[in-house]
Design a protein around this ligand. Structure first.
Ligand code: PLP
Length: 396
């Protein structure tokens, strides 16, 4: 190894470990369902994004297996050579139907979807107004485009309006985009999409909503844009196929001419191998399930409301979530980590999230209930929260 690299790695790893910021990863031994096994220990899982339990759904497993028998395990090429299977076309038609748009394009992940879509449309002569709490993949996608990124305060519509006005009236930019998460995953709050659309109309902004945590969850399963009835107003509806949908991948849904452009200009579509057939078939079936029935969606909300009520009744600060995401805000970073560790010892897996992911002094344990949890599991988790909360003096 180069001596320079060796020194760089040793110094920085030591520094992180010294500050207690080095993240040790616990491998899950088996499926990521409502109960997981780590180090041979069974734990109630409150940390996955598997909102509807579809990651381990038996029907979807069967569809993936049958498709692998027929198509093999890989797509064999990038989409623009001959990696576009009839399955991909079907999936994209289904996604457009799901999102209420003319067309859709799928990508290998939600992360690379943002890398792909922003830079296919925006360039160094443009500006992007970006909520300060947007996901890392949006931040990286903006950087890659080389457009001027202008951050606005989280969900602060006065700040957005002022910055949109300034950017547009400066005459410096060809195009201006406003970009936001649909659901902010650390607090579970929603973007103020009706106000954002109003401001966008006033200043002719391109609108881009990444609804990774909203699809399957908001709008009776159809997402945050649908929740607000704005399917016709948002230019880019981004989603992931790896959270509520339970598999892997990402997509853009929008007007046909936008999707046509992305098919010729978005680099991960042109230069990275297509999603594997078994996954594509499972995703298409998962989307169909969400469209056919709100049963899993309803169960998810019932469980979310149940967990929230239980923790609130015990005296925990659960913030102002508008979704099933249930933060339990502890405050102090060290105490938050200790809290999460004690939950683990007592049989509950809920990750601590601290600065710099969330502001200093707002450390929290974030709970992600799913449709697959039973009332008994949630009762048991609430009981453990009570025990640990009293022991550590977080509640009295
Ligand atoms: C999780 C997430 C992504 C990344 O999606 P993957 O499919 O896991 O790559 C992108 N954007 C937002 C807002 C997310 O929450």
């Amino acid at each position: 190894m180069s001596q320079k690299l060796e020194a760089f790695l040793n110094e920085n790893l030591e520094d992180l470990r010294g500050q207690g910021l080095y993240n040790e990863i616990d491998p899950v031994e088996g499926a990521n369902g409502p109960i997981i096994k780590i180090g041979g220990k069974d734990l109630i899982n409150l940390s996955s994004n598997n909102y509807l339990g579809l990651a381990t759904n038996d029907d979807l497993k069967k569809i993936a297996q049958e498709t692998i028998e027929k198509y093999g395990v890989g797509a064999g090429a990038v989409r623009t050579i001959n990696g576009t299977l009839d399955l991909h076309v079907k999936l994209e038609e289904k996604l457009a139907e799901f999102k209420g748009t003319e067309a859709a394009i799928s990508y290998q992940s939600g992360f690379n979807c943002n890398m792909a879509a922003i830079s296919a449309v925006m360039d160094k002569n443009d500006a992007i107004l970006s909520d300060e709490l947007n996901h890392a993949s949006i931040i990286d996608g903006c950087r890659l485009s080389r457009a001027k990124t202008i951050r606005f305060n989280h969900s602060d519509m006065e700040d957005l309006r002022a910055k949109a006005k300034e950017a547009v009236e400066s005459g410096q930019y060809n195009k201006v985009m406003v970009i936001t998460d649909g659901v902010f995953s650390m607090d579970g709050d929603l973007a103020k999409l009706p106000e954002i659309v109003e401001i966008a109309k006033e200043f002719d902004l391109i609108t881009y909503v990444d609804d990774a945590h909203g699809s399957g969850v908001m709008g009776k399963g159809k997402g945050t844009v649908k929740h607000f009835g704005l399917e016709k107003e948002i230019d880019f509806q981004i989603g992931t196929l790896s959270k509520a949908i339970g598999v892997v991948g990402g997509y853009v849904a929008g007007k046909k001419n936008l999707i046509d452009w992305l098919k010729v200009r978005s680099r991960p579509f042109l230069f990275s191998t297509a999603l594997p057939p078994g996954d594509v078939a499972a995703i298409t079936a998962a989307v169909q399930m969400i469209m056919d029935s709100t049963e899993l969606h309803d169960k998810l909300w019932e469980n979310g409301d149940y967990l929230k009520a239980g923790l609130k009744k015990l005296g925990f600060n659960i913030g102002n979530s508008e979704t099933p995401i249930t933060p339990c805000i502890i405050g102090d970073e060290k105490l938050t980590q200790q809290f999460s560790k004690r939950l683990f010892e007592e049989g509950v897996y809920a990750k601590s999230i601290v600065f710099p992911t969330v502001p200093k002094g707002t450390g929290r344990v974030r709970n992600m209930p799913t449709a697959a949890h039973t009332k008994e599991m949630l009762d048991q988790a609430i009981e453990v929260y009570e025990k640990v909360g009293k022991e550590l003096g977080v509640i009295s």
